[in-house]
Design a protein around this ligand. Structure first.
Ligand code: PEP
Ligand code: MG
Length: 325
């Protein structure tokens, strides 16, 4: 099977009718970059930078972060690299930071919320990113945004740090795209309010599903509610893609759903531009997409949105795929 899949490593990601999408990898550690390339990644769709902060005794310095970002950008040699700013909190803790205990960490001061509060930490990361930007094709992404002011504030701080670096004579790329994750229902529902102010969206279904269903993504007893193919989730994804399309922006998806073979046909049909997943899922996804007709799946996706449950959606998709083989 491995040898069979290897033929897809250097191929572009094309549907049967020639529609092109991008297949990118999610990474956490620096070692993951080589694995992404070995598996034919056309970019990095999500660099979870919190892993640079975890499993150690103190915050990583600006220099250390700069070296890590530079390494990834250079290694990807001009291919797009989406680096997400720190997403700590929720299930990811930093013992050395001594953050207050919260009774609902997933609904608490997580990710960008913490970064806007502790902007010393945020600014350090942004400076490291800006300095690294000249070594490749960097895109900066903000996690866990619920309302537009959070985006505005993050962008304002980024702009300030950029200005300071330029005044200090540091080279900073002029073509860094700025995007945000869509992983909170309010952001998905009002994606049209955000779209004019970003270059791209990346849908984080791991959290979007948990928050939409009010079902903790770590809690086995409610995992039956964790339904990627539920019409409510598909409709949110459609809303986001539609809002982006209106503004000519691109949309990726970097939750587990992107590499789930049962979900990929509908995501393709909904018009997703970039699928980002763990490296091990890339080649089988490329192979699957090569057998799908985009124009037809656009129609199928429209129909799927009218169905009554995840079971109905899954049965519908399976039925079509059976017919195609
Ligand atoms: C997500 O929420 O889908 C996502 C990609 O982010 P994380 O899994 O790191 O929360
Ligand atoms: Mg998330």
């Amino acid at each position: 099977r491995k040898a069979e899949l290897a033929v897809w490593v250097d191929k572009p990601s094309l549907a049967k009718d020639g529609h092109r999408i991008e297949l990118a990898a999610n990474i956490g550690k620096l070692d993951d970059v080589q694995k992404a390339l070995d598996n034919g990644a056309e970019g990095i769709g999500l660099f979870r930078t919190e892993f640079l902060y975890m499993g150690r005794q103190e915050l990583p310095s600006e220099e250390e972060q700069f070296q890590s970002y530079k390494y990834v950008l250079e290694k990807m040699a001009g291919k797009p690299v989406v680096i997400r700013t720190l997403d700590i909190g929720g299930d990811k803790e930093l013992p050395y930071m001594d953050l207050p205990k919260e009774s609902n960490p997933f609904l608490g001061q997580r990710a960008l919320r913490l970064c806007l509060e502790r902007d010393d930490l945020f600014r350090t990361q942004l400076r490291a990113l800006l300095r690294a930007s000249q070594y490749g094709n960097l895109k900066i992404m903000f996690p866990m945004i619920a309302v537009r002011d959070e985006l505005f504030e993050a962008k304002r701080i980024l702009k300030e740090e950029k200005q300071l670096l330029i005044e200090a004579g540091v080279a900073v790329s002029e073509s860094i795209e700025i995007g945000m994750m869509i992983e909170i229902p309010s952001a998905a529902i009002s994606a049209d309010l955000f779209a004019p102010h970003v270059d791209f969206f990346s849908i984080g279904t791991n959290d979007l599903i948990q928050y939409t269903m009010a079902a903790d993504r770590m809690n086995e007893t409610v995992s039956y509610l964790y339904q990627p193919s539920h019409p409510s989730i598909l409709r949110l994804i459609r809303l986001v893609i539609e809002a982006a399309r209106q503004e000519g922006k691109w949309v990726g998806l970097c939750g587990e759903m992107a590499g789930d073979l049962a979900s990929v046909p509908l995501l393709l049909g909904l018009g997703l531009h970039e699928f980002s997943m763990s490296a091990g899922s890339l080649l089988q996804t490329r192979e699957l997409i090569a057998g799908l007709n985009y124009a037809q799946w656009q129609e199928h996706a429209k129909q799927a949105l009218t169905l009554g449950s995840q079971q109905e959606v899954q049965a519908f998709v399976q039925e079509i795929q059976k017919g195609e083989n």
